[in-house]
Design a protein around this ligand. Structure first.
Ligand SMILES: Cc1cc2nc3c(=O)[nH]c(=O)nc-3n(C[C@H](O)[C@H](O)[C@H](O)COP(=O)(O)O)c2cc1C
Length: 336
């Protein structure tokens, strides 16, 4: 096994550190970025950081696992783009449940142009909570997005009109349950008041008023400054991401599938907003399970649409500094 990147001759540890840094672009619940990376001479480890400020929103840790899964997929794609293949060990140590993944067995491969395009998509992908435009999402694009999900071991079911109406009822029920929970409201206040910390949601990415939509988006408990315009979600497509199991390692895979879908959507000009309130509330998660009619367990709802081309979307949310999330001390100390 060589420890040099084929195209550039850079050491493997540099490629690992760069892949971990690139994964910082990944989406995460409330932009909490609950991941930490450790670069080893021949491996990259991903650990979850469990933040007490997500206890009410995410008591089981499913949303942080989705978020870490999204970061894991970003890192995998970044390595592939650089010409490395890796063996991914998910939840490799039962004695250390916070160690979510280890990338090992790094071997040379051809740099992959499709992965390079997806790395470019990582830099532009963002959550645009404005209503989508009237332009329909091309069926071929939906097919490619669903295939990206399948390739990650999950499924994406697009909802028909009746199911969208049911989703709308489920989403507003989840929103009212969450609005009545004082601890949950406190957590939202925390994540929407994080200016200068590199985490959380600044006002510029939150709608200045609730958009006119059939399926309500998350109520962040405070208005932002993002103009929403007169649009609706009539042309939006709602997809239910699901899988065979409802366990921490399947949540990690759900996050990888979310990332794969979102990056593919970005490449195809399709805007994505995850709707997770409906899976945070146990009762509405159960109703969604009914929508799947026994096919599997619901992980997340995604709104897909074409963003308003005439107006600028929201700016990028901030990120933590690379040094805060990527630990390279093991390779520095080894002089690698
Ligand atoms: C697991 C997960 C759940 C999310 N749930 C929601 C949601 O319910 N509503 C919403 O508007 N955004 C949601 N988001 C989007 C995040 O808020 C967003 O990814 C984060 O703030 C970073 O911003 P960016 O996507 O623009 O980079 C979710 C993201 C993830 C990964």
């Amino acid at each position: 096994m060589s420890h040099e990147t084929p195209a550039t001759g850079r050491p493997l540890t540099t490629a690992l550190a760069e892949a971990a840094a690139t994964a910082g672009h990944a989406p995460s619940v409330h932009n909490s970025q609950p991941w930490r990376w450790r670069v080893l001479p021949d491996a990259l480890e991903l650990r979850v950081v469990r933040d007490a400020r997500l206890t009410a929103t995410d008591p089981e840790g499913r949303l942080v696992a989705y978020s870490c899964g999204a970061a894991l997929h970003h890192a995998r794609v970044a390595l592939t783009a650089e010409g490395w293949t890796a063996v991914v060990e998910r939840m490799p140590d039962p004695d250390e449940p916070d160690l979510l993944a280890r990338l090992t067995g790094l071997a040379r491969a051809e740099a992959d142009p499709e992965a390079m395009r997806l790395v470019q998509c990582m830099q532009v992908r963002h959550t645009d909570r404005r209503p989508v435009s009237e332009e329909p999402v091309p069926t071929a694009a939906l097919g490619q997005i669903a295939s990206a999900v399948t390739a990650e071991g999950c499924q994406l079911q697009f909802l028909d009109r009746d199911n969208v109406m049911e989703l709308a009822a489920v989403a507003s029920h989840a929103a009212s349950v969450e609005a009545e929970d004082p601890q949950l409201r406190e957590e939202l206040l925390y994540w929407t008041s994080r200016a200068g910390t590199g985490t959380g949601l600044p006002p510029e990415v939150l709608p200045e008023e609730a958009p006119q939509t059939t399926v309500p988006g998350r109520d962040f408990g405070r208005p932002g400054t993002l103009p929403v315009g007169p649009g609706h979600d009539r042309a939006a497509v709602y997809g239910l991401l699901y899988g065979d199991e409802d366990e921490p390692d399947s949540w990690l895979r759900a996050g990888e599938a979310l990332s794969a879908a979102w990056l593919t959507a970005t490449r195809l000009g399709v805007s994505v907003v995850p709707l997770s309130g409906v899976v945070e509330v146990a009762g509405t998660r159960q109703t969604l399970r009914g929508l799947l009619a026994g096919l599997g367990y619901p992980y997340l709802v995604m709104r897909l649409g074409i963003a308003d081309p005439a107006h600028a979307g929201p700016p990028h949310t901030p990120r933590l500094a690379v040094a805060q999330v990527v630990d390279t001390s093991a390779v520095r100390d080894a002089g690698a």
